[in-house]
Write a protein that binds this ligand. Structure first.
Ligand code: AHG
Ligand code: MN
Ligand code: MN
Length: 344
């Protein structure tokens, strides 16, 4: 029998714009600039998802023919998504500085006196997956212009600890398009309703389960992981700590989104050839870490809290270990054991 589909008029009524406005009411004297900034991000991600949904039929797949400052080959969609993000944020006068995975350096966007925020983003995460129809995403991090920042160096705006973020989030372009964001008051998820073109509240106040059932790591590099990572993964495999399964998509946003909703752990370790791993601190690890903490989970670089790492450069890489309380505590035991063993 075909299941009956009944449209539920009670749910899916709160749009992200309304939610953002409601959140802002908590701050007396708020001008609405921050809400307008966030609406620039939702607009950009709607445009990106529109192209992602048509990938394969609009000649937007494949390599752009250039390499970004990090030596990675840019996909056409990387370049398109980057342009759309910058274009949408340009009309938000409160955004003074942007930094992006696809831009060589941080740069000034608006020099108006209202400019007081920097937005740091990965316009398309997991873009090498796009050609084979696998989920991709966008991540963003928002910080305030720090006191004393001068008008000649955009790095002063963006090189701040993740703990200074006033907002962060991501969009995953998966079986549906979902935006997850926080402004430091819990984590909320919205699904794009293609019929009305609006993100509607579908995941209110997300809490990461205390323990999950899967771990997520590129096991092909296992032999190159530091010993305590190997020991930890072997422990999870052994069944001593629950019956774990392995899940790895290769798009951080998608792998993390599953970890957020179902619990467990996502790890991108250091390897023998890449001592700092692959992921970038400012626009990948920081927003994910803020979301994780706001949802009751935790994120480290294998030693320290991600949000306390002092960045030295825009494209700085970091190992990332993020997940539920149980799996994170267990990881710390393994990391601690190793620290003791090596100090003897
Ligand atoms: P990007 O496409 O923005 O460069 O990021 C790709 C990243 C991330 O999404 C994913 O977790 C990781 O690359 C996968 O790397 P491996 O193929 O080394 O596992
Ligand atoms: Mn990425
Ligand atoms: Mn990217």
């Amino acid at each position: 029998m075909i299941p009956q589909y009944t449209e539920n008029l009670e749910t899916a009524a709160l749009t992200i714009q309304q939610h953002i406005v409601d959140e802002q009411r908590r701050f007396p004297g708020a001008t609405g600039e921050f809400s307008f900034l966030l609406s620039g991000l939702t607009l950009a991600t709607k445009k990106i998802q529109d192209q992602v949904r048509r990938a394969g039929i609009n000649n937007i797949l494949g390599e752009f023919g250039a390499v970004n400052v990090q030596g990675e080959s840019q996909q056409i969609l990387d370049v398109y998504s980057n342009r759309v993000m910058i274009q949408s944020l340009s009309s938000r006068k409160s955004v003074g500085v942007i930094a992006s995975e696809e831009e060589d350096e941080a740069r000034f966007l608006n020099d108006s006196p209202e400019a007081k925020y920097a937005v740091i983003f990965d316009p398309l995460d997991g873009s090498s997956n796009i050609d084979v129809n696998v989920s991709v995403g966008t991540t963003f991090s928002i910080v305030r212009r720090p006191a004393g920042a001068t008008d000649d160096d955009p790095n002063q705006w963006v090189l701040q600890k993740g703990a200074k973020q006033i907002g962060a989030g991501y969009v995953v372009y998966g079986s549906s398009t979902v935006m997850v964001y926080t402004v430091g008051n819990g984590v909320h998820g919205f699904t794009l309703d293609p019929g009305i073109g609006a993100f509607v509240l579908t995941h209110e106040n997300i809490r990461m389960p205390r323990q999950g059932k899967s771990y997520s790591v590129n096991e092909a590099y296992f032999d190159n992981f530091p010993q305590h990572y190997q020991d930890y993964i072997n422990h999870l495999r052994s069944g001593e700590s629950g019956n774990y399964r392995s899940r790895y998509i290769g798009s951080m946003v998608a792998d993390f989104h599953r970890t957020l909703l179902r619990g467990g752990i996502f790890i991108y370790p250091p390897t023998a050839s890449h001592a700092s791993g692959k992921l970038r601190l400012l626009y990948e690890a920081n927003p994910i870490a803020m979301i994780a903490e706001q949802a009751g989970g935790f994120a480290t670089d294998g030693h320290s809290r991600i949000l306390e790492v002092d960045p030295k450069e825009v494209h700085q890489r970091t190992p990332l270990v993020v997940g539920s309380q149980h799996e994170m505590e267990l990881f710390e035991e393994f990391a601690g054991r190793r620290a003791k063993a090596s100090s003897v």
